[in-house]
Every structure is written in C-alpha cells, then in structure tokens.
Design a protein around this ligand. Sequence first.
Ligand SMILES: [Zn+2]
Ligand SMILES: [Zn+2]
Length: 258
Amino acid sequence: MRFCTLSSCSYANSIVVQDRQTCVLVDCGLRKRDIKPFLAGVGLAPGDIDAVLVTHCHIDHVYGLKYLLKERKIPVYSSSPVLKQLCARNSFSGQPDFRALSPVAPENIGTLAVNHFGLFHDVETIGFIISGDGEKMGLITDTGFVPDYCLQAFKTVDYLYIESNHDLEMYKHSKKPPHVIRRNLGTTGHLSNEQCGLALKSMGLLNCKLVVLGHLSEEDNEPRRAIAGARQFLPPDTTLLCAPPRIPGPWSVPVPGT
Ligand SMILES: [Zn+2]
Ligand SMILES: [Zn+2]
C-alpha cells in the first residue's frame, strides 16, 4: 500500500491511501479549486476515488467534500456520531451515500480493511487503521491526547500519519487569542510536538517504514521543531517527514513503474 497527503495543516487536510485495487481519501478539507489539481498532482482524478473516510466535521477536514461528491457519487464512511454532525453542519445536494462504520467490526472497503477508534477533540472524532496489500497504516490527527488503544495497536504499523500540531515554546509568543491556545492545549484540542514524541516513544514502533508528521500549525510550529520532537523516539531506519501544508506531499513509495 501507499499514501500521500494532498494538504496537511490547519487550513486544509486530505490524505490518499491506496493498495493495488482500492483508493480512498481520508478527509477532504480542500478548497473546491484545489480538488482536481491536487489529485492530478499525485496522478489521480476524482474517478479514481472509491470512498472517503471522514475523521470529523471540522471545516479543514470536510470543506471540499460536497464539491467532490458533485463530481462523483462516492460513499462516505465514518462513525454514526460523526456522520450525524457532518449532516447537521453541511448542506449536501441530493442524497449523499453516507455509510456508518460498525462500532465493533472492521469495514471492508474494496480490498482495504478499515478499523476505527475514538479520539478526544471538541467534536466527535475518529482515527483509523487501514490495511491493504498485507501492510498496515495508522492515522491519528485532531486529538488532545493519544488513547492507550493507539499506543498498543500502532506498535506494528508499517506506516504512520500522526498529528504534530504546535510547539509549546512557540505558543509562548503566539498571536492566537488565549482561549484558542487554551483549547488547543487542552485534552480535546491538538497534539503538540512534545505529545507526539511521547506517543511515538510509548508506541515503540517495531517495523514502521515511514512516519509522516501532519497538521502542523503554520504560525505556531516549524517542521524542524516537529522533526526534532519525534526523531529521537524512532528507530534509525524509520524515515521521518513533515507533510507540507496546502500542497500535495510525496507518495510514501514511488509510483510502480517509474
Ligand atoms: Zn483539523
Ligand atoms: Zn479538528
């Protein structure tokens, strides 16, 4: 399997995950004008997307969903509470194909198997473990802390996308209003570089090929700080990257045949 981010920051988030047969988007927070060019930038078109998985209803994760669904009728998967909030906050034209993930069993989407788990944010939020081609990827973003479940379940992932939102030192000089900083630092906010590093330490990743740090704040974080917070807790042969904001990042592995 392979994955890449189409955008990863507080402005817009979307990640492509695919195996040989099935291609899904995790979130679609892109502007309308960016959807096709960003997909084209990684060699894809809306017609290639088999399903969208939604982590939560914040605008930086779902803004472009209604535009993508106008291009192509694609099933949208999430937990029942997330789907309920998504419908309450958005007007979708027609009858969108929303499908609730089972709270107990993994969901098969084409050839991918999707497990989800609850996170701790100020709206209902879930993370995913996606399996395909005999490999496993963990995705965790927009949470105030990392639940024990993840620390255990992520130990054996081959790929990891994890939030590393802000740097505590930089928050001391942040231009954000105090109530926003309080929210982001709280147990239903976002993971700091420090929290991300501690989570990686606790996970003790055994055979992870690639860790991508995501959702970096463009004002209150820097890639070099996020990398410094994480590198020390990873095996030397695990590749560590920061996802770029507002543009597609590289595929986790090269496109076959190139
Ligand atoms: Zn977000
Ligand atoms: Zn959020």
